[in-house]
Design a protein around this ligand. Structure first.
Ligand code: F6P
Length: 542
């Protein structure tokens, strides 16, 4: 393993001052050979310093790490989430009518199909106004209360697929900051609002606190008995949902082999199903399945998730770039970077390998981003001319949903393509000088001004193209990224499916709450935290 990483690093060093543009100049087939098609998507990874030798070494890593064996183990229900002793089977949620998936000697698919059909039935009747509030009328608004994987996926997808909304309005509340739930509920009529409490564990403090606030809001307006009929739950914890007062027939359950950040394909996706309808939700599942089938069968560099992962490993672990930017040229994908932050960083942000030893290479990168073209007028300056290299992952659809605004979509495409072109080509000093000369500058002034107009270029990016942001396409994109995270995790030798790193902060927050409320003393805390607690209590307005 170390040897292959060393070889990759040596190869990167040997590339020296070589440029991406040279790779194109020396190979007119590069665009075709360094790109891949799958499930209606086209992934171009040619605008990087990946060359045949790098790809060969990266595939040696894939082999050495047993990525393909691990892939088979995952989809066949082996407990590859070793620290939690769980199988990892989000793919089963979209495997379709004929699949059989065994866990502990039992086929889990009848249960998956049964839950999907209950979700279908519920969404259909809710959308048709057959499931009614106890006082009559219709449920016109649905509030999904959840956080992390119980929020980011459905919230991202509901926004992404807004052209398909034809159901009740769907809202999301995640933060324990009371500002969010206050703002959301302020615009709603309690008599017409259904609340979904989405929590795999049904113990997450933010979600349970917000659910309680929603219950008080409803109870104030209609009494406790009626309020209870405004709730449903999405959870794996039957005991806790019952304790909280949600009847079993109002609970949509899923098994522990669905990780929180991989859960939008089942009950956690119910808000999306309510917004777009069950048929379109199934198209979303079908898009993901098309990507799963591709991931499981495509060979070598034709395998899109594999190549997206290898480009990731090349940039982070070999080239040492610390972050990657997700740049969808699609305003409706505004929440995709946040969704991918959890998917990638909660999965692969780990410093210890499966065997408990510390990694001697970097863990996954920082993932961040914003839609284009907005980002261009904010942080692209640093991407083009800052001292750090930031690999960019562009995304763009061939078509938008606004036929009357096709000219705007053409501008969007032109901007997206221009950015990856500019990052690669840059602008040299000779050209910058000529520009300044044209402006009438001479001497020192010309030199000084020209230096600011130089773009180093040679900055890597990949581009993902899709026909149009449909439910099918969105399903394929999300599954592509899920598999990318899986492959990167296997190459790093870590467990991508646990999240122990979020626990310590949760414990300390619980311990601090009584201190903040004045019920416990602050004197055992570190000096900084003590001072902050004191200052906060002083700073509180009367
Ligand atoms: O705090 C991390 C986390 O456990 C995530 O992994 C998960 O998606 C989120 O909290 C919410 O958990 P739950 O669905 O159990 O409320």
């Amino acid at each position: 393993m170390k040897v292959i990483f060393d070889d990759l690093k040596a190869h990167r060093k040997a590339q020296g001052k070589g440029r991406i543009t040279d790779l194109f100049a020396g190979d007119e087939t590069r665009a075709a050979r360094f790109s891949t098609k799958a499930a209606g998507l086209y992934f171009d990874w040619s605008k990087t310093m990946l060359d045949d030798k790098a790809v060969e070494l990266l595939f040696a890593l894939v082999k050495k790490r047993g990525v393909l064996e691990r892939r088979a183990a995952m989809v066949s229900g082996e407990k590859i989430n070793e620290t939690e002793e769980r199988a990892v089977l989000h793919t089963a949620l979209r495997a379709g009518a004929d699949a059989r998936v065994m866990v502990d000697g039992e086929d889990v698919m009848p249960g998956v199909r049964d839950t999907l059909s209950r979700m279908r039935d519920f969404a259909k009747r809710l959308r048709a106004g057959q499931i009614r509030p106890p006082a009559g009328g219709r449920f016109r608004d649905v509030v999904n209360i959840g956080i992390g994987g119980s929020d980011l996926g459905p919230a991202m997808a509901v926004q992404a697929l807004s052209p398909y909304h034809d159901g009740p309005r769907v809202h999301f509340v995640s933060n324990v900051d009371g500002a969010q739930i206050s703002d959301v509920l302020a615009g709603l009529n309690p008599a017409e609002t259904l609340v979904i409490v989405a929590s795999k564990t049904f113990t997450t403090i933010e979600t349970m606190t917000n659910a309680e606030t929603a219950r008080e809001w409803l109870t104030r307006n209609m009494g406790a008995e009626a309020a209870a009929l405004h709730f449903i739950a999405l959870s794996s914890n039957d005991e806790k949902t019952a304790e909280w007062g949600i009847a079993p027939e109002r609970v949509f359950g899923f098994e522990d082999w669905v990780g929180g950040r991989y859960s939008m394909w089942g009950p956690i996706g119910l808000a999306l199903m309510i917004a777009i309808g069950a048929d379109r939700f199934e198209q979303f599942l079908a898009g993901a399945k098309a990507m799963d089938d591709h991931f499981l069968t495509a060979e070598g560099r034709d395998n899109m998730p594999l190549m997206l992962a290898l480009a990731g490993v090349w940039h982070r672990q070999v080239c040492g770039y610390e972050t990657r930017a997700i740049l969808p040229y699609e305003q409706r994908l505004a929440r995709l970077p946040a969704y991918l932050q959890q998917l990638e960083m909660e999965s692969n942000g780990k410093r210890v390998a499966l065997d408990g030893r510390a990694l001697d290479y970097p863990s996954g990168p920082v993932v961040w981003g914003e839609p284009g073209t907005n980002g261009q007028h904010a942080f692209y300056q640093l991407i083009h001319q800052g001292t750090d290299v930031i690999p960019c992952e562009f995304m763009i659809g061939a078509d938008g949903h606004e036929p009357d605004l096709a000219h705007q979509h053409r501008l969007l495409i032109a901007n997206c393509l221009a950015q990856s072109q500019a990052l690669m080509q840059g602008r040299d000093m000779v050209t910058a000088r000529a520009l300044m000369k044209e402006k009438g500058l001479t001497g020192d002034a010309l030199e000084r001004q020209a230096a600011h107009r130089v773009f180093e270029g040679n900055r890597p990016s990949t581009t993902l193209l899709y026909p149009k942001l449909t439910p099918h396409v969105l399903g394929a994109i999300v599954a592509l990224y899920e598999h990318r995270v899986f492959v990167e995790g296997v190459i790093l030798g870590i467990n991508s499916f646990d999240q122990w790193g979020v626990e310590l902060g949760k414990e300390l927050a619980l311990a601090l709450e009584p201190v903040v409320s004045g019920a416990a003393k602050a004197d055992k805390l570190d000096g900084s935290t003590q001072a902050l607690v004191a200052e906060l209590s002083r700073a509180k307005p009367e």
